[in-house]
Design a protein around this ligand. Structure first.
Ligand code: DC
Length: 220
């Protein structure tokens, strides 16, 4: 039987890096579900589909061929065989992905695809609703968070590192906006599963978070 570890949490909590490291450490496959919502947003924009058109977005999801290609430490996302890994990381896609992720038809399609991708393999699934909705029976569930100013600072450094021309205040504003959107939507809002272990990474380094998680995984 396959084993699933879920890691949910808000942006800037460190969950992508942590999920990738956990997967590597345990020999599991890393499933980046945020990237999938970003892919839907990119495809919708390219096809000029407004984000309030649920039926059209649902059709778009059915027609999309999304595949993860795992190369060494990285995981690339292919949309109809085109590598969109970079294109989905723009600030525009941050906001657009949050908007499409609130649409029922999109959530149904992505939840279904995420479950299919995790079939018969061991995965570390990262997102917002992994422990609450997509994999409620996962053996280990974590909710990773950090103080808002710490998350904004991490995002700011990440963006600067990519050479983006952006201020700390702007990063903080966008992060708060996205948190609000993700937490307040009706469908699969961002929140910890009742049986999730909540970890605040504000004052911990990566190794400490990984160690905490591994200790809990071994105990389970
Ligand atoms: O983790 P991320 O920043 O790449 O996610 C982009 C957006 O996708 C996020 O604002 C909310 C949405 N998302 C979601 O609704 N459910 C998930 N499981 C993962 C992401």
């Amino acid at each position: 039987m396959s084993e699933i570890i879920t890691i949910d949490g808000p942006g800037g909590s460190g969950k992508s890096t942590i999920a990738r490291m956990m997967a590597k450490n345990l020999g599991f496959v890393y499933l980046d579900t945020g990237a999938m919502y970003r892919a839907v947003a990119l495809a919708a924009m390219r096809n000029k589909i407004p984000f309030d058109q649920g039926a059209l977005l649902g059709d778009l999801c059915s027609a999309m061929n999304l595949q993860f290609k795992h190369v060494e430490d990285a995981s690339r996302l292919l949309l109809n065989n085109e590598d969109i890994s970079l294109a989905i990381r723009s600030p525009e896609m941050d906001i657009a992905s949050s908007a499409v992720s609130a649409v029922k038809e999109v959530r149904i399609a992505m939840t279904d695809l995420q479950r299919r991708l995790a079939q018969n393999i061991n995965v570390v699934a990262e997102g917002r609703d992994m422990g609450t909705v997509v994999f409620p029976n996962a053996k280990n569930k974590f909710f990773l968070t950090a103080r808002p100013e710490v998350r904004a600072q991490r995002r700011y450094l990440e963006r600067k590192g990519r050479g983006e021309d952006i201020t700390f205040e702007e990063v903080e504003r966008l992060l708060k906006k996205r948190d609000r959107q993700d937490e307040s939507r009706n469908l699969a809002p961002l929140k910890p599963a009742e049986d999730a272990i909540i970890i605040d990474s504000s004052d911990l380094d990566l190794e400490e978070v990984i160690q905490l998680m591994l200790d809990n995984v071994r105990k389970a």
